[in-house]
Design a protein around this ligand. Structure first.
Ligand code: 5RP
Length: 235
């Protein structure tokens, strides 16, 4: 994609974040993702609520998203009274040609996966730098239980060709768990199998591989926005 200035990158995030809002209609219950691209989705939804009378409610995937959504006037609901969302809009750290994703760069992968799996469709907002042929250049985030995380890390290391590093000595997710970032390199040619293997390790709470979950990627590039749809997209 060549060298982009910070302002150009930010403009691309904004374009993707806003474009994804065209999927949102009044009456919908939506999952609201986490990250610097979805931030623009939240701002646009807030604008449509104020200026166009859009009526939606949402479930946030992180405390930071919840705060911004409330600030923007998006009504929040919770799982007590909601068992299904119409769609979720979320970011990604990488996506491959089958729209399998690496997520969790912002540490919200567990809530993001619960929300994605409860949604009728998943729209991903990303800039073109997130598009890869094979997943894994971005270190794979894995949320683990604090108990015996060192041993869980050793077991993950048996599957990972590169190093596995705890994210920040004191870093904990919104759920109170550490994250291990596993450096697979661009080797994840079978993300479905790897996700299953990693999830079978006791102590692993969730893996940042989102396989067969995304329907559409709204990808911003320097010359505009492109919609990349999965063949059997639900939306
Ligand atoms: C948070 C995520 C984010 O969606 C992902 O890290 C992309 O974020 P950004 O839009 O800031 O690049 O998975 O857990």
């Amino acid at each position: 994609m060549g060298q982009l200035t910070t302002a150009e990158k930010e403009a691309m995030k904004e374009e993707a974040g806003i474009a994804a809002c065209s999927f949102v209609k009044s009456g919908m219950k939506i999952g609201i993702g986490t990250g610097s691209t979805v931030k623009y989705t939240i701002l646009e939804l807030g604008r449509r609520i104020r200026e166009e009378g859009l009526q939606i409610s949402g479930i946030p995937t992180s405390k930071s998203t919840e705060e911004l959504s409330i600030e923007q006037g998006i009504p929040m609901i919770n799982w007590e009274k909601c068992d299904h969302l119409d769609l979720v809009i979320d970011g990604a750290d990488e996506f491959d040609p089958d729209l399998h994703l690496i997520k969790g760069g912002g540490g919200a992968l567990l809530r993001e996966k619960i929300v994605a799996e409860s949604s009728g469709a998943m729209i991903v907002v990303a800039d073109a730098s997130k598009k890869v042929d094979t997943l894994g250049n971005f270190p794979l985030p894995i949320e683990v239980n604090p108990y015996g995380w060192e041993q869980t890390k050793r077991r993950i290391e048996q599957l990972c060709p590169g190093s596995v590093n705890r994210r920040g000595a004191n870093y904990l997710t919104d759920n109170g768990n550490p994250i291990l970032d596993a450096e697979f390199g661009p080797t994840i040619s079978n993300p479905v199998q790897l996700e299953a293997k990693l999830r079978s390790i006791s102590g692993v709470v969730e893996v940042g591989l989102f396989t067969n979950t995304a329907d559409v990627v709204v990808m911003a590039a320097k010359d505009g926005c492109e919609l990349i749809r999965k063949e059997n997209a639900r939306i």
